[in-house]
Design a protein around this ligand. Structure first.
Ligand SMILES: [Zn+2]
Length: 139
C-alpha cells in the first residue's frame, strides 16, 4: 500500500526533525502542524494521506498534528513553442500556444516543507524542505 509507506516515510522525517530540534536545545513537546507538498501527479488523495498519517502518528509526538497538504507547482516546458511555465493543476496545456505536448520532470513525490512544534516555552517552526522517501514495508 503506497500511502502507508509514504506516511511512514513522512513520520520518520518529522520525528527526525523533532530530534534535530531537541539536540539544538529545543525540546519538543508535540508537533502541532505539518506542512507538505504533494506532487501534481502523485496518485494519492490528500484526504487519504491525512487520515492514514493520523493512524501512523498515534502515540508519537506528531499525534494529533494538523497535516496541511499543498499541491506542488510543476515546472513545464512546451515542446511545440518552447514556452516555459508552472502548472498548478493536473490538467494543463501551454498558456502560450495551447499545445498539449508538454515536457516536465517529477510531480510524483511528497516533500516535507515545515513543522510547527510546541517547545517548553514557545511555539516554534522548523523549516525543512526534504523529500519524503517511501519506506518499504515487509508486507
Ligand atoms: Zn506552447
Amino acid at each position: 500500500m503506497h500511502e502507508a509507506s509514504l506516511c511512514q516515510g513522512l513520520l520518520d522525517l518529522v520525528l527526525e526533525t523533532v530530534d534535530g530540534a531537541a539536540s539544538q536545545g529545543k525540546p519538543v513537546r508535540r508537533v502541532t502542524e505539518i506542512v507538505c507538498e504533494l506532487g501534481l501527479f502523485s496518485c494519492i488523495e490528500p484526504v487519504t494521506l491525512a487520515s492514514c498519517f493520523e493512524l501512523f502518528a498515534e502515540n508519537t509526538l506528531a499525534s494529533g498534528a494538523k497535516l496541511t497538504i499543498r499541491k506542488a507547482p510543476l515546472d513545464c516546458r512546451c515542446q511545440a513553442c518552447g514556452h516555459t511555465f508552472t502548472a498548478h493543476e493536473r490538467f494543463f496545456s501551454c498558456p502560450n500556444c495551447g499545445g498539449d505536448n508538454i515536457h516536465f520532470d517529477g510531480g510524483h513525490g511528497l516533500m516535507l516543507l515545515s513543522l510547527s512544534v510546541d517547545t517548553e516555552d514557545t511555539e516554534d517552526t522548523c523549516d525543512t524542505h526534504e523529500a519524503v522517501e517511501t519506506v518499504d514495508t515487509e508486507e
